[in-house]
Design a protein. Structure first.
Lengths: 236, 99
């Protein structure tokens, strides 16, 4: 505690609050990161490639989707499009959080590189009753970033020793994880229609056209279904 | 420490696209207001993408995976994320022993 300098005390308090708030999410991300690294290694990625992807992309959902649809050589355009579809939610998140966070424009452009669902949600919650400071944000995203980089790379190193993940049912862990994430979007009529249409189209496209095009076509069909389903609901 | 060139390009493409989505909101702040059907379609993007990614594994691999996916979905509304993953993995291992 630096009583002589109130600013450094405030920074410390803000940083500690950020670490305290992010801790549960960071701990929960460790096994997920290990799993990501292990399955990426099983798909043929080296630990260096896994670490590089985590360092540059730093988006769990998009990385999981990319690895699940990964083939060699990597289909760059299809992966970039799938990544865009999964991460386009960031646009709304950033639009909402941008005005609430106490930073210069340059600081925002640098620090939003690290925006994730967790740090965004916690900042929005904090913004309800106090300003979100740079120290709070920096502590949160630094903890999550270091954690994700370390756990995914370690998972890739360990994964190459474990061998075939299907032996332990680990290949299904992705599917189970995604089912858990999908359940988080609720059971409204529009969501159920979206899920059903997306699943059917993706399965058919995968069968008759092949990976990774099932991701974009299934997703676009599901989005179109939500648009139509919401329209019907609005008229009735 | 080997990095394949095509893999590197794919990672860079994913990184550029992701960074774009993260900062794009700063340009449209307070100007992007979605409502009605457009909002429903936008809100549907994450679940639609997630479902499309796993549909082939869950639905067309075999009976063990399809039934395990149904069990996992039932668990997903009652358990935290890691519990859901555990239920899915255990059920697929058991079901693969049956089918």
């Amino acid at each position: 505690m630096d009583q002589a300098n109130p600013h450094s005390g405030a920074y410390g308090r803000e940083a500690r609050a950020g670490l305290r708030d992010i801790a549960p999410a960071a701990i929960a991300a460790i096994p997920i990161g290990l799993l990501f690294g292990a399955v990426a290694a099983a798909k043929g990625l080296t630990p260096a490639e896994v670490g590089l992807m985590s360092a540059l992309v730093f988006a769990g959902g998009a990385q999981f989707a990319a690895i699940e649809a990964w083939v060699h050589p990597a289909p760059i355009a299809a992966l970039a499009f799938a990544t865009f579809l999964i991460n386009v939610r960031h646009v709304l998140m950033g639009a909402s959080l941008g005005p609430k966070i106490r930073m210069t424009t340059l600081e925002k452009f640098l620090s939003f590189f690290f925006m994730t669902d967790e740090s965004w949600a916690l900042s929005e919650r904090r913004a309800l009753d106090r300003p979100v400071t740079g120290a709070y944000w920096a502590a949160m995203v630094a903890a999550l970033y270091a954690n994700w980089l370390a756990s995914t790379t370690l998972g890739a190193v360990l994964g190459s020793f474990l061998g075939d993940p299907a032996r332990l049912g680990a290949d299904f862990a992705f599917t189970a994880l995604f089912i858990g994430l999908i359940a988080g979007f609720g059971r409204s009529r529009v969501t159920l229609v979206t899920v059903a249409v997306s699943a059917a189209v993706a399965a058919l496209v995968h069968r008759f056209i092949g990976a990774p095009w099932h991701v974009a076509s299934g997703a676009l069909a599901g989005i179109a279904a939500a648009y139509l389903a919401a329209g019907r609901g609005a008229r009735s | 420490m080997t990095i394949d060139t095509t893999t590197l390009l794919a990672i860079i493409a994913m990184a550029v696209v992701t960074y774009f989505t993260r900062i794009a909101g700063l340009f449209v702040a307070n100007r992007l207001v979605l409502r009605g059907r457009a909002k429903a379609a936008f809100d549907a993007i994450p679940p639609a993408v997630l479902v499309a990614v796993i549909a082939p594994t869950a639905l067309t691999t075999g009976w063990a995976e399809a039934i395990a996916a149904a069990i996992t979905a039932a668990a997903a509304f009652r358990l935290p994320l890691l519990g859901t993953v555990a239920v899915g993995v255990v059920s697929v291992v058991l079901l693969r022993g049956v089918f």
